[in-house]
Ligand binder design. Sequence first.
Ligand SMILES: Cc1ncc(COP(=O)(O)O)c(C=O)c1O
Length: 428
Amino acid sequence: MSAPLAYRAGVLQLDGTPLAPLAAEHGTPLYVYAAGEMRRRLSRLEAAFAPTRPLFCYALKANPTLAVVATLARAGAGADVVSGGELARARAAGVAPDRIVFAGVGKSRDEIEQGLAAGILQFNVESLEELRLVDAVAAERGVTAPVALRLNPDVAATTHDKIATGRRHDKFGIGAERLGEVLALVRGLDHVRVVGLHCHIGSQIAVVEDFERAYRRMVELYRFVRGEGLPLERLNLGGGFGIRYADERELDVEAFAAMARGVTAELGCGLVFEPGRFLVAAAGVLLSRILLVKSGSDGRRFVVLDAGMNTLLRPALYGAVHPVHPLRHAADDAVDVVDVVGPICESGDVFVRDVPLARARAGELVAFANAGAYGAVMASDYNSRGRAGEILVEGGRSAVVKPPRPPAALFADEAVPTWLEPAPTAGS
Ligand SMILES: Cc1ncc(COP(=O)(O)O)c(C=O)c1O
């Protein structure tokens, strides 16, 4: 079982907080996050890089809940945002503007204005078109925008196809072969200042050598751009640090840090990283209740939960596996081999197949591990089942940091036009 989840006297706890009472009080499905684990993960990164002190900008996309962002911000993290909405969240959670980087392949004029008004550290710019737009918006405001050029290092990282971002054919970044053109453009723009280079080759990567290939390429490109006379200050090397969900191995953070420090040392520049999943995945669990256990026609037993792909999409979207544990467990509990599924009307709404599960009975509670990243934030209204609440725990205390949304709340602000034909009445 992955820390910080552990049984004590047969009761599953997250970082010392028993989970069953939270489910009883707040209902299920329910996300629970441990603040202490997030801080420990950040400290581990900082320790691995010491005495170098990179800026770790937490990638809000992994989990933008204010209390989560605030936990990391108060522990010293900056923020990596990809929209005006995330920028607003980062600010609302207390992240200082000069610790915010703004990435994303498509930023609107409004979003660029918001970044300039806030005074963020840098825009990670992904195309020549965007460079011109940032320059134009900055010119209207009479300011100069700090930008880092996101370059595509053409590295195929060992990860799921849908979360690899650093290959030539991916939509992200500017191809290195266009660097000459970019520099010519930059020289003609008066309202952008190129302060750094950026790359991000994908997510859930555990192979240090994948990062190394990309980082070596970025160091070459950095030297080239600096040699062209641009006074670069920092190299932003993205996120993507892989964790262990089930059988995978976690990125060896210490080996990774030694590599990254070694490869970049000669530049003598500042370093920025954008970890998301690594900081929050293991800090979170999803609690769910077993609605019923259904016998399939080929002898299968389907454990049907009140959480589904509308609550935690990763298994349906990426074939991801989140270990599932009963909230109470005794040594003499019967263990059945079951398929754990959601209630949604899609055959793909399956969490895991052929898994041994104790107490697989209607009414029992289970927890999915490692659900703190790309969990609640990817939830949807599909099948109108409402939204799970979110709880933050620490040292025996707990707080609702996002209330559950009952099904009726999902349509409370919708409207039916008055000009629609009235419904047929009985007998018409
Ligand atoms: C530009 C950028 N930075 C950081 C991240 C965070 O990735 P992860 O959560 O894997 O660390 C992402 C996610 O895809 C990203 O696109």
